[in-house]
Design a binder for this molecule. Structure first.
Ligand code: NAP
Length: 244
């Protein structure tokens, strides 16, 4: 039976690059996002290239939408999901005193609550089968106090700890849980940052933004058996920013 991966936000940027790479490896990819046009385009491209892909349209915003997407993905995977990529995320920047409660809830809902309940739904099923891989998307700004990153950075700092907790809870039953922590990356989502992306990237030894493919390489490594002894790790793919 084919290996099946659920990739949230698999219709754009880093998530789509992961979907393409996993599909090239023969993995059946299930991508989730809100925009139906973008979702259908993504899976059509994968299918044209000979891969197996399905799209789930969903506004991931709370526990019930997360559990629903997990259940639909399990159905599409013939009763199982082998790989979960917790990739969908939003990254609004701004000073703490400028943030509304609504924005706070939006960031924490998509970046923390949704991965939490996807794992709650899928990790026990993986553990029951004795095998699974979960990769969480973090960010370099969860590792230091960058001005304007209070909501985004702290939501991903939660993901960094959850990665370790989930490795502890499910790791002994064959479920590997790891995180990738990217630096500034050119995607549809960062398109609106303009020069800001370059400025942020200039702080790192690499001195440039990453491509989505460069980040996806690390995610695919952690999602597949190539990293069979890696559990509870956070892999920085940030051009060296958090090393200095
Ligand atoms: P992106 O291009 O903005 O794409 C975001 C994806 O998430 C899209 O597929 C989008 O699809 C989906 N999404 C957004 N809100 C959703 C919702 N409520 N329900 C369901 N799906 C939703 O993102 P990206 O730049 O590739 O970033 C991907 C991940 O990497 C994020 O977790 C981000 O925090 C992290 N990251 C990115 C960077 C960077 O510089 N790009 C750096 C560090 C970490 P729809 O719009 O159709 O819903």
């Amino acid at each position: 039976m084919a290996t099946t991966a659920l990739i949230t936000g698999g219709t754009s940027g880093i998530g789509r690059a992961v979907a393409n790479k996993l599909a090239e490896l023969g993995v059946h990819v299930v991508v989730a996002g809100r925009d139906v046009k973008r979702g259908e385009k993504t899976i059509a491209e994968i299918r044209r290239a000979g891969g197996q892909a399905d799209f789930i349209s969903s506004d991931l915003r709370d526990a019930s939408s997360a559990r629903e997407v997990a259940r639909r993905a399990v159905d599409l995977g013939n009763g199982k999901i082998d790989i979960l990529i917790n990739n969908a995320g939003i990254y609004p920047f701004g000073l703490t005193h400028e943030a509304s409660e609504d924005l706070f809830d939006k960031v924490y809902s998509l970046n923390v609550k949704v991965p939490y309940f996807l794992v709650a739904e899928l990790a026990p099923l993986m553990a029951k089968r004795g095998k699974g891989a979960i990769v969480n998307l973090s960010t370099m700004v969860a590792d230091y106090g960058a001005s304007g990153m209070s909501l985004y950075g702290s939501s991903k700092a939660a993901i960094n700890l959850l990665t370790k907790v989930w490795a502890a809870e499910y790791g002994s039953r064959g479920v590997r849980v790891n995180a990738v922590s990217p630096g500034p990356t050119r995607t549809e989502g960062t398109g609106s940052m303009g020069e800001g992306l370059e400025r942020l990237a200039a702080e790192a030894p690499a001195g440039r933004p990453a491509t989505a493919d460069e980040i996806a390489e690390a995610i695919v490594f952690l999602a597949t058996d190539r990293s069979s002894f890696v559990q509870g790790a956070k892999l920085a793919v940030d051009g060296g920013r958090t090393a200095i």
